[in-house]
Unconditional design. Sequence first.
Length: 111
Amino acid sequence: MEIDPAIHAPARLQIVSLLAAVEEAEFSFVRDQAGVSDSVLSKHASALETIGYVQIRKGHVGKRPRTWLRLSATGRRAYLAHVAALQAIIAQSKLGLVLDAELSPGERSER
């Protein structure tokens, strides 16, 4: 498994992670949750759309234009593979065991 450079950048990873949790999200929701500007989200969303990871849908709510983002099936597979690669790296370092040892039993159950 390899880290996917297309989604490894922190802002892109956060965008893809948000989209993995929902069927579709409004642009403004993703922007606010990711803590990025309109232009940054637009740039990343367009790049992710170009490689087939994100689908962008434009429409209107009443007379107001809206944009929705959705993780494509290809994007979902890439995200899951990326997460698995990160988990494999962490497992190799045995950091997961160290973190568990540092947490109280109550904190471990919250993980």
